[in-house]
Design a protein around this ligand. Sequence first.
Ligand code: NAD
Length: 437
Amino acid sequence: MAQALGSAPRQVYPKGSELSETGKTDFDGVIEMLTTLEIMRFNRKMAPRALASEIRPLGLLVKNKRGSVHYRPHGVVGAISPWNYPLTQPSILVVPALLAGNGIVLKPSEHTPLTALKMKEIYDDAGVPEGIFQIVIGGGETGRSLVESSGTDLIAFTGSVGVGRKIAISCAERLKPVILELGGKDPLIVLKDANLKRAAGAAVWSGFHNAGQTCISVERVYVEEAVAEDFTKLVTEMTDDVTTGDDRSISDFGSMTTETQFGKVSAMLDDARGKGATVLSGSESPRDGLFVRPTIVTDAEGGTELMKEEIFGPAIAISRVRDEDEAVAQANSMKFGLNASIFTRNKRKARRLASRVQAGNIVINDVETNYLCVDLPFGGTKNSGIGRLHGIEGLRSFSQIQSVVEDRFGLKKELWWFPVAGGTKKLFRALIRILYG
Ligand code: NAD
């Protein structure tokens, strides 16, 4: 179970490195680097196409005009990011914002400022014009100032639902556009015809990597009754082999990043246990440091904190369901709607269920891979967010859309300008009958 607090042995990593700020393992750091580079590559390649002006046809009536759509910068983007991926999370805001022609002021998490400062140094060295990309360091108050400032024209926020809501209210008061990428409590549905070994491996990896501190990690599993016992046995066996610890070159996942998060995870697991859930923990973890053992929870009631809120720690809750209808109903029963996974060998059934699950991103027979599929828009429904990152849509989120109408060939005067001729009035009436009658 969750261990006592102590000082995490992080001194083996250079001070100020991402690993020292977060407690990640080497490999979680590698995955983050790979993801960030793929996002940068995609945006660089796609920006000229996604943001190019387009000529549009103008419908049935206005044949003498030419219409075009243009993607203009907002101006200055105020970007606010969390601590769980201190390189990727700022990058998904900074890269498209800059490519769309904006200036940007980034406020990274107060828990991981050094990675963001290093990132800025690299951008400066690469020749980003002075002043275009700036960083402010601080906590919630600094973030609030950025949101309220008349100097920011768009707010791009990644973080918790609670803070996202405050930012949405503040932006609404100012009619300032806002992109919100918020928390999730992502379900994984296992139907009785699923490849159980693959589904179990997916749940275990997604639930535990990066110590469960991933917005799209699996936190809830709904498994059909008929295979629930076999599935849970597989997950338990696999969890026994997962390691956490201070040797970050060999452990499967590292420590929690903050004491607050460690305390929150421990309290939620205690609450579940106190309310009758079975809480099984995997391999031992070091006595010191912010380590939480990989944990499986079964029989957690709806009244537990674990079944109401994002835990953001290495714990997965497994629940049995009668059939696919109950699985969908349970998956949709929460306020969140970020990622969801569906495991079944029947592809048609999977696609059909995908249309019923309320989530911004669905992965069939897999978990989380959508985040690396950078052509696809990414974002949440319900309380998990507003707006999209990644894909063409993500680049356009950082643009204002402007349409322009101009003459192809000029008329002396438009037909509906004063004075309107009697013939024109008749013609317009006839057009309504002919074109839309
Ligand atoms: P958080 O909401 O506590 O903080 C996020 C950022 O907001 C930090 O930089 C913080 O300083 C700032 N902030 C706090 N109060 C503010 C205020 N009143 N006004 C403006 N800024 C304020 O979140 P966190 O603990 O850093 O990160 C974890 C959360 O982020 C989880 O809920 C996770 O699911 C979510 N997340 C979502 C995504 C996504 O893409 N949807 C990605 C990563 C993390």
